[in-house]
Design a protein around this ligand. Sequence first.
Ligand SMILES: NC(=O)c1ccc[n+]([C@@H]2O[C@H](COP(=O)([O-])OP(=O)(O)OC[C@H]3O[C@@H](n4cnc5c(N)ncnc54)[C@H](OP(=O)(O)O)[C@@H]3O)[C@@H](O)[C@H]2O)c1
Length: 282
Amino acid sequence: MILLTGANGQLGTDFKKILDNKNTEYISTDFTDLDITNIDNVRDFVKGKEISYIINCAAYNNVDKAEEEKEFCYKLNTEAPKNLAIVAKEIGAIFVTYSTDFVFGGEKKSPYTEEDKKNPLCTYAESKSLGEDEVLKIYDKVYVIRTSWVFGMGNNNFNKQVINWSKTRDELNIVDDQVSSPTYSWDLAEYSWDLVKSNQFGLYQLSNDGECSKYDQAKYVLESIGWQGKLGRAKTEDFNLPAKRANYSKISSEKAEKIIGRKMPSWQSGIDRFLLELKGNN
Ligand SMILES: NC(=O)c1ccc[n+]([C@@H]2O[C@H](COP(=O)([O-])OP(=O)(O)OC[C@H]3O[C@@H](n4cnc5c(N)ncnc54)[C@H](OP(=O)(O)O)[C@@H]3O)[C@@H](O)[C@H]2O)c1
């Protein structure tokens, strides 16, 4: 049996759809059913359920608010994955959890690999980086999968935000000095599941193929929906946000793709399919 935690978020929502399509049974939990920051809750929950996989889709993802809510952020991004890894080890289940391109500091100008040195620049990034380290230290039947700029139906995200802004504004300014790649949570869930079945445990990265700035991403979304307004370029420093971000954090998916046997779709393909899904839901 598969246990999904944080299953009502973007990744969790698509994991459920993909497992449904494959007629694979799972137990879906979110914060109200199973608070993963409490290890006793986790231990009690798995009792007698014959769990063979724990897939953790929960996280604290509010990058700027994390600078105010440090304790909560570490609890969810460092302690909770550690709790799940401990319990997975106790019951012999494979553990899958997710991390972020933000563990890198932007020194490179070509895609970061799993071998590259980390340099987290903000609380969120450090909490995820420590979560990776803890989990990999505790247990060997673990997949830690880094991803970037996730968008999907299950929660708010940059694509939805851009679409909302476009409804009320004639002019938008978006930063062009943060580069990574948007990743469709559907692709992330589908490719993760194929990777996880390989039994080749360890640290991996999965993001949609190609790279772009936030400006390029917004431009692609706005052109796709036929917005007639004016899109301008801005710089990160124009917004004075609490959390520091890297200028470049594109991650390479090559290591995972070699095992899975196919390349991740492009970020543009991800956005095309996301917009179709969004249209179908309206
Ligand atoms: N979103 C991104 O741009 C991004 C970028 C890089 C990496 N990632 C990583 O990718 C993974 C999936 O992200 P996502 O965007 O799908 O996340 P998401 O949409 O924010 O979903 C996270 C889920 O976790 C739940 N949750 C919060 N506290 C919990 C608790 N104590 N116990 C159990 N569940 C709890 C949330 O419930 P509530 O909504 O009720 O709080 C939410 O349903 C995460 O590890 C994330 O850090 C995401």
